[in-house]
Design a protein around this ligand. Structure first.
Ligand SMILES: Nc1ncnc2c1ncn2[C@@H]1O[C@H](COP(=O)(O)OP(=O)(O)OP(=O)(O)O)[C@@H](O)[C@H]1O
Ligand SMILES: O=C(CO)[C@H](O)[C@H](O)COP(=O)(O)O
Length: 290
């Protein structure tokens, strides 16, 4: 945790919606005149696409069918922790980009499945924003949760998450439904043991819940729209959260527990703006004082 160089980490499984949440934060940063540097979690994969496929084949040949991009040892989490710590102490650090598709390849000049070179963060940023798979990992080797000042989980209920991933991977990355389904299956063990535990470390979780039928997510023709869903917002520490204010500002919202607010899916962006703007301002103000 750093008051001088704060870190915000947004954690979610593949297709959960962390990139979408980043857009909301970018609006807050722009409106409040905050300069952020960001990390896409895939930048800390251990292998490029070809080497990952080779490693997968090797492990499967050895009888290990649990290895995937979700696995701790498929990612350079020690390096991620070092970057978090360096940034929290100095406001400096580095990242790179994992190139997923042709559009990213065109933008970066690096072929899909490869990494760009490591590059230093620009100087004089107000905060570091992480979005990816492992922003709140606590295990025997690293404790990323301890280094992030604001930890957010993006955790749609699993059938909805699978629908989002299938549609995104099909439309943006050119994978078939069958290939994405195979990936989902292969990642299940690590999803349970590496991804899910983080959502007990996060300060606030956003869980989008469809209110339309998603019983068979593998045949869904489209992603349930915001208006076809609700969002459960859980606060790990509800003290200091002005629930009456939030409920007055978010039409159709209600409390289900002392730390849980439910809102219409179409109000998710508004809720994030109302909740995170004062938190971000406070983090940056305390940083400038430090
Ligand atoms: N709140 C939402 N309402 C409707 N659709 C959403 C929402 N959040 C995400 N989606 C859709 O789900 C898909 C995946 O979203 P996104 O790319 O943000 O996921 P991600 O967590 O960044 O995935 P990855 O980590 O694999 O890059 C996209 O098609 C996006 O439009
Ligand atoms: O999305 C991901 C995890 O969130 C991975 O970055 C992605 O699946 C990489 O795999 P591939 O190179 O096969 O697309």
């Amino acid at each position: 945790m750093s008051t001088k160089h704060p870190i915000i980490s947004v954690t979610g499984s593949s297709g959960a919606g962390t990139s979408t949440v980043k857009k909301t934060f970018d609006q807050i940063f722009r409106r409040e005149g905050i300069t952020s540097v960001s990390i896409e979690g895939d930048a800390f994969h251990r292998y490029n696409r070809a080497d990952m496929r080779a490693e997968l084949e090797r492990r499967q040949a050895d009888g290990d069918h649990t290895f995937s991009h979700f696995s701790y040892d498929a990612n350079e989490l020690g390096e991620l922790e070092r970057v978090f710590r360096e940034y929290s102490q100095t406001g400096k650090g580095r990242t790179r980009t994992y190139v997923h598709d042709a559009e990213e390849a065109k933008r970066t000049g690096v072929p899909p499945g490869e990494f760009t070179a490591w590059a230093p963060f620009p100087d004089d940023s107000d905060l570091l924003f992480y979005e990816g798979l492992h922003g709140s990992v606590v295990n025997d080797d690293v404790n990323l949760a301890a280094l992030a000042d604001l930890k957010i989980g993006v955790v749609p209920v699993i059938n909805l998450e699978w629908i989002q991933k299938i549609h995104r991977d099909r439309e943006s990355r050119g994978y078939s439904t069958e290939a994405v389904t195979e990936t989902i299956l292969r990642r299940m063990q690590a999803y349970v043991h590496c991804i899910c535990p983080q959502f007990s470390e996060t300060d606030i979780n956003f869980q989008r819940v469809p209110v339309v039928d998603t019983s068979n997510p593998f045949v869904a023709r489209w992603i349930p729209t915001p208006d076809e869903s609700l969002v459960v917002i859980r606060f790990k520490n509800p003290r200091g959260i002005d629930f009456p204010y939030l409920m007055s500002m978010i039409e159709g919202s209600w409390m289900t527990r002392a730390n849980s607010l439910v809102i219409p899916g179409g109000k998710m962006d508004l809720a994030m703006q109302l909740i995170f703007t004062p938190m971000v301002i406070r983090l940056v103000r305390e940083a400038k004082r430090a």
